[in-house]
Design a protein around this ligand. Structure first.
Ligand SMILES: [Zn+2]
Ligand SMILES: [Zn+2]
Length: 344
């Protein structure tokens, strides 16, 4: 005889119980959105190197257990009170920018990307390594029709970061732009740089990725193991922009001399080690070094629409949510080709 169930059906989530601990697959109640929030039925979530911050407790103030994930794609399944501009069933994503406070000095200046109290999914609240999540409306990104969930998810952190850093870099069509590192970030950076009309030099360690880099849109491939990459860039006239994506401060330090006069070195590969540069390296030729972090949800929408328009797509390996730990290890190994995406 069937027994009536009145409780809300539980859902599966991959959570980190405490800093440094392994992933746990747990059953949880499906969360309900409060005022100004929506509930998302998650379809895909990218695994980003920054998920290390949640896994290892390297970001201050994380409350555990915590569900990581800030490359979320799915559809709205429930609206919280007061939400009028988004619809049930609408396809949405959530990226690194998980909501701003609208009151700090940066927000008052309209610089939401640099909100002093920026919320980050998977850090400030539970992210996308689960079947349902809630997010504030200011974090939502509309996903265009022609992009699938697994394609859209990596564009919401890896994609927007490279797209936004490049489009604000000051490089003009035909300028030499170097992308260091051919991985989760770099393989997207090469594609965007090519579609922006730059002459793209891809820099990788070893010859393995040469053919792929060219296929993605690089016109030059530089093997930094076999050659001095900075000198190779100088032979080409120097790079107007070098976007450093591989998280190696040593590799970054070695590349700075590849800049052209007035060139800009953009750091997006996150490490805690110092970059070494002598003041004179920057003074001669008025060169600069700049960091760049993701962008707002409307920047993400620009990224997705540009990808839709130009055919830029992430290369992905998918893992089911139950194998989140395996997918995370694969990302950490650096062997993934190129972005690991969990599917629910
Ligand atoms: Zn990320
Ligand atoms: Zn703010």
């Amino acid at each position: 005889m069937a027994i009536a169930k009145t409780a809300i059906a539980p859902m599966k989530a991959a959570q980190i119980p405490k800093p440094g601990a392994d992933f746990e697959i747990v059953e949880r109640e499906i969360p309900n959105p409060t005022a100004g929030q929506v509930r998302i039925k998650v379809q895909a979530c990218g695994v980003c190197h920054s998920d290390v911050l949640t896994k290892e407790g390297a970001w201050p103030g994380i409350q555990y257990p915590r569900v990581p994930g800030h490359e979320v794609a799915g559809f709205i399944d429930e609206l919280g009170a007061g939400v009028t501009t988004w619809k049930k069933g609408q396809r949405v994503g959530v990226g690194w920018h998980g909501g701003q406070d609208n009151t700090c000095i940066s927000c008052r200046r309209g610089d939401f990307r640099n909100c002093r109290n920026l919320k980050i999914p998977g850090i400030s609240y539970d992210g996308g390594y689960q079947q349902y999540m809630v997010a504030p409306v200011e974090a939502l990104v509309a996903i265009p029709e022609s992009l699938s969930d697994v394609e859209a998810a990596p564009l919401l952190c890896a994609g927007i970061t490279t797209f936004n850093a490049l489009r604000h870099s000051g490089a003009l069509p035909s300028d030499l732009v170097a992308v260091q590192g051919i991985g989760g970030l770099g393989h997207l950076g090469i594609q965007f740089a090519n579609k922006f009309g730059y002459k793209v030099a891809a820099i990788g360690r070893g010859p393995e990725n040469a053919a792929l880099a060219k296929k993605l849109g690089a016109s030059v491939y530089i093997d930094s193991k076999a050659t001095n990459a900075a000198a190779e860039l100088q032979k080409l006239g120097g790079a107007q922009v070098i976007m450093a994506t591989a998280p190696s401060s040593k590799a970054m330090s070695e590349l700075i001399d590849g800049l052209a006069p007035n060139g800009k070195f953009i750091v997006i590969g996150a490490t805690f080690e110092p970059i070494e540069v002598a003041p004179v390296q920057l003074i001669v030729g008025s060169k600069s070094i700049q960091g760049w972090a993701a962008g707002t949800p409307t920047d993400s929408e620009d990224t997705l629409q540009f990808a839709e328009l130009t055919g830029v797509r992430p290369m992905i390996e998918t893992y089911p949510l139950e194998k989140a730990a395996e997918g995370y290890e694969r990302m950490l190994s650096g062997k993934a080709q190129f972005r690991v995406v969990l599917t629910m």
